[in-house]
Design a protein around this ligand. Structure first.
Ligand SMILES: Nc1ncnc2c1ncn2[C@@H]1O[C@H](COP(=O)(O)OP(=O)(O)OP(=O)(O)O)[C@@H](O)[C@H]1O
Ligand SMILES: [Mg+2]
Length: 382
């Protein structure tokens, strides 16, 4: 694949991550950052290519919104990798793109014939034979000279269902057995989700992981994209206008790329007007109003206060602010907790070392600007 001209590479950071991954004491790294800040882009367009150049087998698997169970995703990615490696091809595919039937490279139940599994039927607790098969695949990818690197994206999904515990335990055993040959990057946007994995029985899974932070993109990103935009459209955007615009959108690469997209399709549009359109487009594409209307008034008020700078939801001040929005007396900490639980389940809220916040900065901006109250007469699920 030719390199993506819109991609702003992070060579130093990538180098640093790869070397701590392959030479550091930690067998695994965790990379947690808010939604749409460039985690996946970093894994796929920076880390994987560099690791590939250095001849590490690299296997990427994302657990986000796949039609298959996490085990199905892993089996699929590993089998595909091995199949391509054996024909000398390059790796990278989406498990969702192909038919759900997967022909396994070895019969998991014993000797002889090849077996086929229907990935879409792999719900519930995974069969032991398939977990063993997974271990066998991990053995095969990690036997190739340089340590193999697993890039596991959106891993908080693994913590969502108790039936994944067996998979998490099996993965952990597989990793433990091959500490020098198999290295992992766990990525996700939900710290709360990760917390769930820490506190669950699978806690030791992450015990050995050390945490890395994705650096916030700076001016270099904007200059790179101004140049890519000029190459694509012939229009020269002014850094004096674009740098503050990027700053104003909380340095979100996603919002900035959306802005450029709007400008690309409407070359005469002034940047300021394009910004307006971007906000609307994002809200529409991420369907914020539908999400908002699916919340109860208490959940909405709690989210509304989280979008401000209050971040201790059980504090008196926070509860008073929620009460004010609801025009009633401050709710109890237990009621707030109930509301938070739903917001977390919907991936809307998250907790960090600095307190609670809305997980998605764009959603937070939308809530601050528009989502103050539901239109009258809409149904109010509790
Ligand atoms: N280095 C980069 N260069 C150019 N564009 C980028 C870069 N990083 C991120 N982006 C843009 O930002 C968007 C969001 O990035 P990405 O999907 O990698 O974020 P994420 O942190 O994985 O988000 P999520 O939490 O939703 O999975 C990308 O689609 C891309 O348009
Ligand atoms: Mg991602």
């Amino acid at each position: 694949m030719p390199p993506d001209p819109w991609h702003f590479p992070r060579p130093e950071f990538t180098e640093q991550v790869l070397s701590s991954l392959t030479q550091g004491p930690a067998q695994a790294l965790t990379l947690f950052a808010p939604r749409r800040t460039g985690k996946t882009e970093f894994l796929l367009k920076d880390l994987a290519p560099l690791a590939g150049e250095r001849e590490h087998p690299v296997i990427y698997a994302s657990f986000w919104q796949t039609p298959f169970s996490p085990l199905g995703v892993l089996l699929y990615e590993l089998e595909t990798w091995l199949a391509r490696a054996s024909v000398g091809g390059r790796v990278r595919s989406a498990a969702t793109a192909l038919a759900p039937k997967l022909r396994l490279s070895a019969a998991p139940f014993g000797v002889g014939v090849e077996a086929e599994v229907d990935l879409s039927a792999l719900g519930g607790r995974p069969p032991d034979a398939l977990l063993l098969h997974l271990d066998g695949l991990l053995e095969r990818v990690s036997r190739r000279g340089r340590p193999a690197i697993l890039l596991l994206d959106e891993v908080q999904e693994l913590a969502r269902r108790p039936e994944n515990e067996a998979l998490v335990a099996a993965l952990r055993t597989s990793l433990d057995r091959r500490s020098d040959r198999l290295r992992v990057v766990f990525t996700g946007s939900s710290r709360k989700g990760l917390g769930a994995m820490f506190s669950a029985r699978s806690a030791p899974f992450f015990h050995f992981a050390s945490q890395i932070e994705l650096p916030v993109l700076g001016d270099g990103f904007v200059h790179h994209l101004i140049e890519a935009f000029r190459a694509a459209s012939g229009r020269a955007l002014s850094p004096a206008e674009m740098l503050p615009a990027f700053e104003g959108m909380g340095r979100s690469p996603f919002v900035f790329r959306t802005l450029l997209d709007v400008l690309l399709h409407d070359p005469a549009l002034p940047v300021q007007a394009a910004m307006e359109e971007v906000r609307g487009r994002i809200a529409a594409s991420l369907d914020y109003s539908r999400v908002w209307l699916s919340l109860s008034p208490l959940q909405r008020a709690t989210a509304g206060v989280l979008a401000t700078d209050l971040d201790r939801p059980f504090s008196k001040q926070f509860r008073a602010a929620v009460g004010e929005r609801l025009q009633e007396s401050p709710p109890s900490a237990a009621r707030i907790q109930g509301a938070l639980r739903r917001l977390v389940r919907l991936d809307l809220a998250d907790v960090t070392a600095n307190g609670w916040m809305l997980a998605d900065p764009e959603f937070a901006a939308w809530v601050r600007e528009t989502g103050l109250e539901a239109p009258p007469g809409t149904s109010e699920p509790e």
